[in-house]
Write a protein that binds this ligand. Structure first.
Ligand code: ATP
Ligand code: MG
Length: 248
């Protein structure tokens, strides 16, 4: 398996507003964040606190209204349209709803994002390797409807890895899964982070999953109100106990 260099992520004074009828909502409000390469960060906080918006801004799905985002030393907020497309190809996205195409096999769902770049045949071997890496060897020809929720999310993760991302953005990837399956998906993400060196930002409501990341940030009203290193030499049981006291 190839090992990618993870990329550091920084935001400074990041602001995103939405218009909702006559109202203006500040979804991300002067948010500062500094994530070193290869760190797995749980992004927590109540519904509406800005978790998804933050991931969308970092992934350049949404444009910021103010502040800067720097990923791998590149200022994303300054990129032009053509540069943005190339930037997005280097980011892996995993979503709560897997967004698989129902008429395509698992293998073709993994290949589809890179199809405009060379033909299907050039990518099939790599897609097979990734399906193998996420534990789906032998299921390449299954349609999404023939796969369980956890298996569909594994396809979503393999698809996200197709562009060799240095950064993986996962927005409640276990939100539709039972707790045991959700735990297996997190195992997989952390293992892939270890073997491929990616930086991982994981938005989650589930405290037992958040507690297994390297670091936990909590958002409230679009800004960071808590930032905890979960790797500061404690034994894992103590870390879990401490995390369980956090209001997630
Ligand atoms: N496209 C949009 N148009 C208008 N308002 C939006 C839009 N997207 C998000 N918002 C608002 O921005 C705020 C932050 O939303 P966001 O989806 O980032 O929260 P979240 O922390 O991901 O919540 P959840 O835990 O429910 O997923 C909310 O008040 C939300 O209603
Ligand atoms: Mg969300």
């Amino acid at each position: 398996m190839t090992s990618n260099a993870g990329v550091p992520v920084q935001t400074a004074g990041l602001v995103k507003r939405f218009r909702s009828g006559a109202d203006r909502i500040t979804a991300v409000d002067w948010l500062d964040l500094d994530v070193p390469a290869g760190q797995a960060v749980a992004v927590t906080g109540p519904s509406g606190s800005g978790k998804s918006t933050l991931l969308h801004l970092i992934g350049a799905i949404e444009r910021a209204d103010g502040g800067t985002i720097t990923v791998g030393g590149k200022e994303v907020t300054k990129l032009r349209r053509a540069e943005l497309a190339a930037y997005r190809r280097g980011i892996g996205f995993v979503f709560q709803r897997y967004h698989l195409l129902p008429a395509l096999t698992a293998l073709d769902n993994v290949i589809v994002p890179v199809l405009p770049y060379r033909g299907r045949g050039d990518h099939a071997a790599r897609a097979r390797e990734l399906l193998d890496a996420v534990g789906l060897a032998g299921r390449e020809r299954a349609l999404p409807a023939q796969l369980s929720g956890g298996e569909q999310q594994r396809v979503g993760i393999a698809r996200a890895l197709m562009g060799e991302p240095g950064l993986l953005l996962a927005d409640e990837p276990t939100g539709n899964l039972d707790s045991a399956t959700g735990g297996q998906i997190l195992d997989l993400l952390l293992r892939l982070r270890d073997t491929r060196g990616m930086t991982v930002l994981l938005a989650t409501h589930e405290q037992h999953l958040a507690a297994r990341c390297d670091r936990l940030i909590r958002l409230s009203d679009g800004t960071v109100v808590e930032d905890i290193d979960l790797t500061d030499g404690e034994d894992p049981a103590a870390t879990l106990d401490r995390a369980s006291r956090l209001r997630l």
